[in-house]
Design a protein around this ligand. Structure first.
Ligand SMILES: [Zn+2]
Length: 583
């Protein structure tokens, strides 16, 4: 019986299925054998390979933003240097010792036994910086041999350099290691323990703008920690450049004009709050903050313009005068000065500077001659609260808000106002006693008066410029206090007379009339029987565009010593007016 077509097809199908099975089994056997070979025979080779190479992410430091003066002169820049690190991760201890010995020898540095041990025993993943700020000449020989030195890492870095040296030290500040007290705060913000941060001045205040964003590099290294290749690079973003309102030449001029005397000079534009010069003497070299060139003058990191408390002396009579007028004393009201003022049941009389007395004086005369008796009598009439309220209105007792760190607020005796003795109240009226101010507070109160009551936040930053060269201008805060036009005019006449009328306490300083200067002197008694000399002024008085504050510590008299210095400063201003007004 012949095969039916169905049976024949079935046979062919089964035959093919058998062939397929056969092929599958052979393939499977080949695969199994191959896997077996890999796992059994080459296992060691692969494990070795995996151990030998590891990837190592590391941080790339961002170039810090630069700082420039208003006319683009560099005040803080970066110089390329190198730092050397020891990274013990996966490096044998004896090899690490060898690397450390080589570096010690090459850098001329003796590592003690303990130091070596500490370097090799650190947590294995954490590197330790052992030298920074090295120039390329010093690093080149080390770089040449880096492949023989396990655990060595050389990082390009940026060292901060301050071309103007001590001229702007208190304004710019400098960089330093993070203090123990602040380390936790910085670590939370993504810093590492070895980072340098702004210690004072603009460097500290604008740390967040200046620092930039660090980049990241992933590097492949071999078992001995030696560099193999870079796997991934994410470049660092540089910090923002800052342009300040400060004029470097003016700043230099002001520092030279102080001529080693201790004190403060601040120049400000009252209309926009821009600081043109701010000098606090003695200064220091921010490139070598701990080094003094003159052993007789200790280094002072203190910016006296904002961090030191002083008695404002007669410069405070601006406030006493405004308080008197607002409390109803007429500018034409006259008080008699015979050189002394007697409080009932008070042992000693209170004196005027002119012991023979000024005779009858109205407000203008009282300011012009800086008569104490007039202001004693007016504060007795208005009471201490009216005086303190006026001082508060003019922002005494509060920081001015300048963009610098560590500004102090000064102090007013507000809590104890009710318990002040009549003698203490008289002292307050002439800016002595229980009153503490900073020189910048005094200047700001004169600027606000010059502006007709408009307080503009004093500031140093003009604008910031990011990596794409976009500018962002600083906008100062403003606050307005109401000053009656008539009262302002009355006080202003006194301030003009101080400078421009014979007998005025600053008349002999010789301010040219065409400058239209209005100002006030002050001479504050110190515990040492020496006196601080003050002069605060602004010009031109009909459209004020510049205000100057001079304070000479133990510097004699306001009229005789501080005012002539302010005249030199104003002379410089008017000679360079076009440049200084340009933004
Ligand atoms: Zn007097």
């Amino acid at each position: 019986m012949p095969f039916s077509p169905d049976t024949r097809h079935r046979r062919i199908f089964l035959k093919r299925l058998r062939i397929l099975w056969f092929l599958t089994i052979i393939l499977f056997l080949i695969l199994t054998a191959r896997i077996g070979q890999w796992t059994l025979f080459r296992r060691r080779d692969y494990r070795k390979l995996a151990r030998n190479n590891f990837i190592h992410p590391q941080c790339l430091s961002a170039p810090r933003g630069k700082i420039f003066s208003r006319d683009g002169k560099p005040l803080a820049v970066n110089r390329m240097t190198f730092s050397i690190w020891i990274s013990p991760f996966r490096v044998k201890r004896d090899e690490l010792h060898r690397t450390v010995s080589f570096l010690g020898h090459h850098l001329g540095r003796d590592f003690s036994r303990q130091e070596r041990e500490a370097l090799t025993l650190r947590p294995r993943w954490r590197g330790k910086i052992i030298a920074r700020n090295l120039p390329i000449e010093k690093v080149a020989p080390i770089l040449e041999r880096q492949f023989e030195l396990p655990g060595l890492r050389v990082h390009p870095d940026f060292k901060r350099f301050y071309p103007a040296g001590s001229t702007c030290a208190h304004v710019i500040g400098y960089l330093g290691c993070i203090s123990r007290a602040e380390i936790h705060g910085y670590l939370k913000r993504g810093y590492s323990r070895d980072d340098l941060v702004g210690i004072g001045g603009i460097e500290r205040w604008y740390e967040d703008l200046l620092k930039g964003t660090p980049g990241r590099e992933v590097v492949q290294r071999d078992a001995r920690g030696r560099y193999c290749k870079t796997l991934e690079t994410q470049p660092a973003i540089p910090g923002q450049d800052l342009y300040l309102s400060l004029d470097l030449d003016f700043q230099k001029f002001a520092l030279n004009a102080l001529n080693e005397r201790l004190g403060v000079v601040v120049v400000m534009n009252p209309q926009n709050g821009q600081i043109l010069a701010l000098v606090s003497s003695p200064s220091y070299d921010p490139n070598h903050p701990a080094v003094t060139t003159n052993p007789t003058r200790p280094i002072s990191f203190l910016n006296k313009a904002i961090q030191e408390n002083y008695s404002p002396a007669s410069t405070f009579k601006l406030i006493t005068a405004m308080a008197g007028l607002d409390s109803g004393i007429s500018p034409a009201q006259k008080y008699f000065c015979d050189g002394y003022y007697y409080l009932p049941n008070w042992k000693k009389p209170f004196k005027c500077d002119l012991v023979t007395g000024h005779g009858w004086l109205d407000l203008r005369g009282a300011i012009q001659y800086s008569c104490n008796i007039y202001f004693y009598k007016s504060v007795r009439r208005i009471g201490v609260l009216a005086l303190l309220q006026k001082a508060l209105e003019f922002d005494y007792g509060f920081p001015t808000g300048i963009d610098l760190p560590y500004e102090v607020a000064g102090s007013l005796p507000l809590i104890s106002a009710d318990s002040l003795t009549p003698g203490e109240v008289l002292h307050l009226a002439i800016g002595q006693g229980m009153l503490a101010v900073t020189p910048l507070q005094v200047l700001c109160s004169y600027c606000a008066f010059a502006n007709g009551g408009n307080f503009v936040q004093p500031h140093l930053l003009l604008y910031q410029k990011d990596a794409e060269r976009r500018r962002k201008y600083f906008t100062p805060k403003t606050r307005f206090i109401h000053i009656k036009a008539g009262n302002r005019r009355a006080v202003l006449e006194g301030l003009i007379a101080v400078v421009n009328t014979p007998g005025g306490t600053a008349y002999k300083a010789g301010f040219p009339k065409e400058w239209k200067v209005a100002g006030k002197t002050g001479t504050a008694e110190r515990a040492s029987k020496k006196t601080d000399a003050w002069f605060a002024c602004f010009a031109p008085y009909d459209a004020p565009e510049v205000a100057v504050l001079v304070l000479l510590e133990s510097g004699g008299f306001g009229g005789r010593n501080a005012a002539p210095l302010a005249r030199e400063i104003l002379k410089y201003y008017f000679l360079n007016r076009d440049r200084l007004k340009r933004r």
